[in-house]
Design a protein around this ligand. Sequence first.
Ligand SMILES: [Zn+2]
Length: 697
Amino acid sequence: MSDQTEVSKRVEALRQEIEHHTYLYYAKDAPEISDAAFDSLMRELRELEAAHPELIVPQSPTQRVGGYVGEQFSPVVHKRRLYSLDNAMDFAELNAWLDRVEDTFGQMVPVCCELKIDGSSIALTYEDGLLVRAATRGDGTTGEDVTANMRTVRDVPLRLRAAALSSVASSAESLELRGEVYMPKSSFEMLNAAAEMEGKAPFANPRNAAAGSLRQKDPHVTAERDLSTFLYAVADDGELEVEGQWELLQWLREAGFHVNPDVELCTTKEQVRAFCERALERRGALAYEIDGVVVKVNSFARQRQMGFTARAPRWAIAYKFPPEEKTTLLRDITVQVGRTGKLTPVAELDPVVVAGSTVARATLHNEDEVERKDVRVGDTVIVRKAGDVIPEVLGPVLSLRPADASPWHMPRVCPSCGSVVIREDNEADYRCISIDCPAQSLERLLHWASRGALDIDGMGEEIVSRLVASGRLSDVADYYTLTEPELAALDMGRVNKKGEPITLGKTVAAKLIVAIDESKSRSFARVIYGLGIRHVGKTVAELVAAAFPTMELLSTATEEELAKVSGVGEKIAHAIFMFMRTPDNVDVIERLARYQVTMADEGALSGDEGDKPLEGLTFVLTGSLVRSGMTRDEAGSALKALGAKVTGSVSKKTSFVVAGEEAGSKLDKALSLGVPVLDEQQFLELLETRQVPESES
Ligand SMILES: [Zn+2]
C-alpha cells in the first residue's frame, strides 16, 4: 500500500469524523467532543489537504467558503413549486381548517405541529448525497442560486450521512429539501450594533438580515454572518421512503440536518390549540424569531388526497400569532416628500420592539388619517405590528395626553423646497409640484439606482444625499458623469476619531464606478420604470416596453396609442405622454442616450441569427466546473445565450456533453452512445470563441 493511499484514507476518515461531530452538534444537539478537539480535527484535515491538494473535493468540510457568486444570482427553477401556506389569523380560523380535515377523512387524523420560523425560505438540492445547489424561494417557481453562500452555513451538510441514504428512492436523481435559513436574535443585535458603529443602515428585523446575508456577492461576508437553518420539507415525497411529516423530520435529522426540536404529533384539536398557546407563551424566550405555528396533516398519502388550491396546499395551515401592540411616545410628526411630490406625514416614535422588529417610524398616510386617529405630538400612542406587515399607529392613549398637545396640520409649504403645496379635488394627498424640489430629486435619484430599476449596487441614500448636497447630482443622467477620483474624495459629512473628515474612499468609489457602468445595460423596461413616471410601476413598464420597444417610438406615441396597450389606461397614458413632452425630461433622456444607457428593447430588435452560433445544438452538463467555479445553471445560461438547448439527460440526440470534475453516470452514458464530450477547458474555449471544437475522431 502506497503512502498516497494511506493519506487518502486518513483524509476520508477525518472528513467522516468531522461530519459525525457536526451531526451530533447540530442535528442531535448532543456534542461528544470539545470545540478545541473539533478544531484540531479540522486543522489536521486542512494540513493534509494543503500538502495533497489533489485530494481536495468540494464536499470536504474545509471547502465551505469559496467559489464565486457572479454579478447576478442565476435563476433556479424549483423541482416543484414552493407554495405559501394559507393563514389562520385566529383560533376560529384554525378550528375551521381542522373541521375540514375531519370532514375529509370522517374522523380527526394525526397532524404535525411545528413552529413557524420567521426566516427566509431555502431549497437545497443533493445529487448522489452531495449538496449541489441552494436556491432562494423567489416567486415560488423560480428562485436564485445562492449555493456558494449557503455552503458557508455550518449546519448545512455538504453531504448526507450514509445511514440516511438507504431511505432515498433508487429512482431519485436528485433530492430537493426545504427549510428556513434564519439569524438568531442575539446575532442580529450584534450585527446591527456593528452596522451602527460603521454608520450603515441597520436591518429592520432578523428575517431581513438573514435574506440580506444570503444575497451577498462575496461568500466570505456570508460566512461571517451567524446564519442557521431548520429543514422541514422535501419537494417530492416520492423520493423518500417515509410515510409522513413526522417521519420526514426524523429522517432529516438522521441525514444530518438541523431540525427544530419543538414539534408535536397531535391527534386532537385541543392538543393543536395547546401547542399554539405554548408556542405563543415561549416565543420571547426562544433564540430565534417565530411568527406562528404550521400545522400539517401528517400522512403524505392523506396530503395527496386533500391536494392543493391554486395558491396553497389544503393539507396545511399557518396559524399566525395575533398582532402585537405596544405603547410608545410620539415624539414628532414629520413630513416626507416622495419622488412624485406627494407629502406623507410620518410618526417619529420612541423606538420600541413590536413583533420582533424595532419600530421607530410609521406612516400616517395623509392629513385626514391623522385627524381621524387624532394623534398629536407628545401623545402616548398604541403601535401595532403583525409579522412582516408594516407597523401601524392605532391611536392615542387619551388619559396620558399632555395638556398642551394640539391637533396636527399639514404644513402649507413643502418642507424641502418651501413651495406652496396643493391638494387637488377628491384627493387625500398634498403635493409639491415644484420641478426644483430637492426632496423629489433625491427620491427620483434613489429610485433610478434601486434594485428593481437600474440597480446601481451600493448607491444608497447616504451617498446620494451627499452627492446632491455637493451639487454633483441633480438628475439621473448625472450619475453617468461621475468619476472615480471625485467619488473617492466625496466628503461624507462625518469625522473620524482624529477629527478628520471621512471620505468615501477608493475601494467603494471603484465599486460604484463599475456598478454605474453595469447599469447602462439593464433592460429597456427597467429604464422606463427607473424614470419614475407617475403611475408607471414595473409591470406597466414591461407592457410599455413590449409595445414601444425603442425610446424613439415611446416618446413619439400619442395618448391614444399609449392607451391602447393592454394594462395601460387613460390615466397612465396621459402621465407618460406628459412626461415625454416636458423639456427637462427630454433633456435627461437625451443625455442618458449619449451616455449609452439602454434606449431600446434588445430582444425585440435583434432577432439576428448570427448571434446564435450554437442554434440547433443540444448540451448536457454534468460534474462540477471547478476551474471557473461556474454553477451548472450559470453554464447552462451561457450556452442558452448562444442559442443552444440544454437538457438534463443524455440521448443519441445530444450534441455534446460537458463533463466537469466528478462527472457521473451521464458521462458514462455519453461515452457508450458515442456523444462527443467536452472537458471544462474546451467548454470555456467554446464560450470564448463561440465555436464548437473540431471533432477529434
Ligand atoms: Zn418641494
